[in-house]
Design a protein around this ligand. Structure first.
Ligand code: FES
Length: 580
């Protein structure tokens, strides 16, 4: 830990707006005072933004205004001036074509809002999948003191005595309908039980994974990830976060002090231990590049390869976030990693203490939910990164959510040119497909869909499901919901829409997958592959205008985080000139 606290008191950034008696200073202060703010709040104390992704169109974040009030209590109490502001909120359940298309837009919004306004620090309020990485990306590029507080997960869903996991139950039930194991009436009844409180998905889906990543990176207070949204301790966490950011501003503890290579390695290993979402791969790659760390898919494979998945949560396991919290939450996992020699204990956190100091006193209260390593869900957690002629820049698979008998597989491809082709074909009883086939979906990567939708866990064909088969090898350049499961190979790079080899796979081509060897291979003669690639032409049209055009022209590959090329890196907090 090499962080040196800045001297205090000192002149803060916000005083460039509010300090002094010039016409401009009066201009900046007097308009703010129309909100009923006393004059002494502009006396040089830390001005702290509360960057809020609250939106009724992002139901997982619909309770964040309440938490913002709690953050304000903490900021005032510690002697700061809180100012809440909204940013674009990419909500997973409703945004089309996919919320991922708007992660970078949200990150831009955050970055510009932080830089352009008189802010000395920021509390990031996030919850739904894309909001957490977007806020961390934006804050990292500005590099003023920043701390994240999550909205927290929903309470457990229950239906007829069984836990209902957000997303996971939906995918399972829709397969049961196709297989004739569940009635539509029961499905509609189950819908009422899925989302029974405010909060984000209650499985170890992308939202809970990214909340865990924020905590493992050291960007949130210890214990933040798992507290249910409606538990009073979530409000306490928000309050304490508000208190803490004021001291972070005084100390000048910035994202670049916390987001080190060691912090990212901690997060990757944590993702393996919690059986976290494959989406964390893309988001961590993008966040790392915002602070100049060249994190790669190789880092994911290297750091995650020998990490057992010890958290028994859906979609990989049995329980939900509520039980994870009662068992002790993420600090227990971090402590087990530390004791196993798999965590950089000296990594700095937003509290000012090291990771090891933060978790020294924690205890596991339920070894069914957070299992001892000997009873791990799988000894090979983490994310497997596969490479080969079908994915020269890599593809990912989550072993804890896959079927052991399919980890080594050879089968003929059944190709879907895009998601519409898949939808049109999958229920066709004459489709030449069985459980040995390899389902291949093209043109669903960042540029192809556009936005890289969560469609990689293609539902199986009804005629296979009716045989009682529940898993097949599936390959695509898409993503998969963190709540989903199966032997699903994702993020194949380069994507089909830019001419990656996935684009030239044809029905009947043999494909070999060997997860232990980290290999994915299209068993077609090399000259045939070369000839097909030479004849390939793009099918995805370039949008003529608007954000869709910006996205198309500038989005990067999944293997580097799918950030915009012009947003990679940190641009700091300097503003070029005075406003008047
Ligand atoms: Fe928003 Fe899952 S859909 S957290």
């Amino acid at each position: 830990m090499s962080f040196q606290k800045a001297a205090w008191p000192r002149r803060l950034r916000s005083q460039e707006w509010y300090g002094g008696e010039s016409r401009d200073a009066i201009y900046h202060r007097s308009w703010m005072k129309n909100q009923g703010l006393p004059a002494d709040l502009f006396d040089g104390r830390p001005v702290v933004g509360i960057c809020n992704t609250w939106s009724e169109l992002t139901p997982c974040n619909a309770h964040l205004r309440d938490l913002a009030e709690r953050v304000k209590h903490g900021i005032y109490e510690a002697g700061g001036l809180p100012v809440e502001f909204p940013v674009f909120s990419p909500g997973e359940p409703s945004l089309r074509p996919t919320a991922m298309m708007y992660r970078n837009l949200c990150a831009m919004d955050v970055e510009e809002a932080l830089r352009a306004n008189p802010l000395d620090g920021v509390v990031l309020l996030a919850g739904c999948d894309k909001t957490t990485p977007a806020l961390l990306m934006g804050a990292a590029s500005v590099d003023i003191p920043a701390i994240l507080v999550s909205g927290g997960p929903m309470l457990n869903g229950w239906f007829r005595g069984e836990r209902v996991g957000s997303g996971t139950a939906l995918w399972q039930m829709s397969e049961d309908i196709k297989a004739g194991k569940m009635s539509r009436a029961d499905f509609l009844e189950a819908e009422q039980s899925m989302s029974r409180s405010p909060g984000s998905c209650n499985t170890m889906g992308t939202a809970s994974t990214m909340a865990s990543m924020a905590e493992a990176l050291g960007m949130a207070l210890s214990g933040n990830a798992a507290i249910p949204a409606v538990d009073s301790r979530r409000r306490v966490m928000a309050h304490l976060t508000g208190r803490r950011i004021v001291d972070m501003v005084k100390d000048d503890l910035k994202p670049s002090d916390i987001l080190t290579r060691e912090a990212f390695e901690n997060a990757i290993r944590t993702n393996g231990a919690i059986g976290g979402s494959t989406n964390a791969v893309i988001h961590l790659l993008a966040i790392a590049r915002r602070v100049g760390i060249e994190l790669t898919l190789d880092d994911w494979d290297r750091c995650g390869r020998d990490i057992p998945t010890i958290v028994d949560l859906m979609p990989s396991g049995r329980f939900l976030m509520e039980e994870f919290f009662y068992a002790g939450g993420l600090p227990v996992v971090l402590k087990m990693l530390l004791e196993g020699g798999k965590l950089h204990g000296d990594a700095l956190t937003v509290s000012g203490a090291t990771m090891a100091e933060e978790i020294a006193e924690v205890r596991n209260w339920n070894e069914e939910v957070i299992r001892p390593v000997e009873r791990a869900l799988t000894q090979q957690g983490g994310i497997a990164v596969l490479c080969g002629n079908l994915a020269p820049n890599g593809a990912v698979l989550k072993p804890s959510a896959a079927s052991p008998h399919l980890m080594q597989h050879r089968g003929p491809a059944v190709v879907f040119e895009d998601i519409d082709h898949y939808k049109a074909r999958i229920e066709d009883e004459s489709l030449d497909i069985d459980e040995n086939s390899v389902m291949v979906l093209k043109n669903c990567g960042p540029r192809g869909y556009p936005g890289m939708a969560e469609v990689g866990n293609m539902g199986l064909p009804p005629k296979v499901l009716r045989k009682g088969i529940t898993d097949m090898v599936r390959i695509s350049d898409a993503r998969m919901s963190g709540t989903a499961y199966g032997t699903v190979i994702l993020h194949t790079a380069p994507e089909a829409a830019v001419g990656g080899p996935l684009a030239i796979v044809e029905d009947g081509d043999m494909i070999e997958v060997d997860v232990a060897a980290r290999r994915i291979h299209l068993d077609v003669p090399e000259e045939t592959i070369r000839a097909r690639l030479a004849a390939w032409a793009p099918t995805v049209k370039e949008p003529g205008s608007g954000f869709a055009r910006l996205f198309h022209l500038h989005v990067g590959g999944a293997d580097t985080g799918a950030d915009f090329d012009f947003l990679i890196g940190s641009r700091g907090h300097e503003v070029p000139r005075e406003s008047h």
